[in-house]
Design a protein around this ligand. Structure first.
Ligand SMILES: [Zn+2]
Length: 251
């Protein structure tokens, strides 16, 4: 599902207008309690060991730590400033709508390969789940290409995720780091790499069924050598094929 072209936009706009009209007549629909994913990320994905990422909740500090640094992460405080630890950065806690849940984990294998995973579970406000295309450039990253990545799944079928080729300059030098950043959205019984489909489903659910699903956003990123891009994509596919069955709930 490509996002180019005006037709998907018009369909979503029409659904949004219809939703606003319907909401004014029937009131706000109930937010579904079911979510399509686990609330935590797995400790192990294949040969990759993971640990959760925690942030200092003090905005002036906002230091990030691997949870493996602490004996008991649930009672630990920031070693730098003594602030509480949180699963989301202070700026996210401030800006993301109430009810949004965020967990992140860093995975590494013995050969030095690594993956960074973000899981965001949206609340009532659809702004909980924003397009990474909108926020990555603000973090000093440039998006060089965008396409759909197809990953064969063990049980048959394909997982479709949106794949961004991302580049970031290293601190004032000419050197650059290249990353593959891929993401998709999950609700109970539904998966899509397209934000247009996400919004269309949200709008249709509100309009037709007077309900709101709690959608989740999953992003997986890793750095790669541009001379070996195909190898990087194969590693990404293997990681996604291992991660998906561990986080998705049967429906
Ligand atoms: Zn701190």
């Amino acid at each position: 599902m490509e996002t180019t072209g005006i037709k998907p936009l018009l369909i979503v706009l029409a659904l949004m207008v219809a939703t606003a009209w319907a909401a004014s007549r029937v009131g706000e629909p109930e937010l579904a309690s079911a979510i399509g994913v686990t609330r935590a990320l797995p400790r192990q994905v294949g040969r990759f060991s993971g640990h959760e990422v925690l942030y200092c909740a003090e905005a002036d500090c906002a230091e990030a730590y691997g949870a493996d640094k602490f004996d008991d992460p649930s009672t630990a405080v920031c070693p730098l400033c003594g602030g509480d630890l949180d699963t989301m950065a202070p700026i996210e806690r401030k800006l993301l709508p109430e009810g949004t849940e965020v967990v992140r984990a860093f995975y590494r294998d013995s050969q030095g390969s690594s993956f960074f995973v973000s899981l965001v579970i949206g609340g009532r406000d659809r702004m909980s789940l924003h397009r990474p295309e909108n926020c990555l450039p603000g973090q000093g990253l440039s998006i060089r290409n965008s396409r759909v990545l197809e990953t064969p799944l063990a049980g048959g079928g394909q997982l479709h995720t949106r794949l961004l080729d991302v580049r970031r300059q290293v601190g004032g030098s000419d050197a650059a780091v290249f990353s593959h950043f891929t993401y998709w959205y999950i609700a109970p019984g539904r998966e899509t790499p397209s934000q247009w489909w996400l919004y269309a489903w949200m709008a249709a659910d509100r309009l037709i069924h007077s309900r709101m699903d709690r959608w989740a956003y999953i992003a997986v990123a890793h750095d790669y050598n541009p001379l070996h891009e195909d190898e990087s994509l194969e590693k990404m596919r293997a990681f996604l094929a291992g991660l998906r069955p561990l986080i998705i709930k049967p429906w």
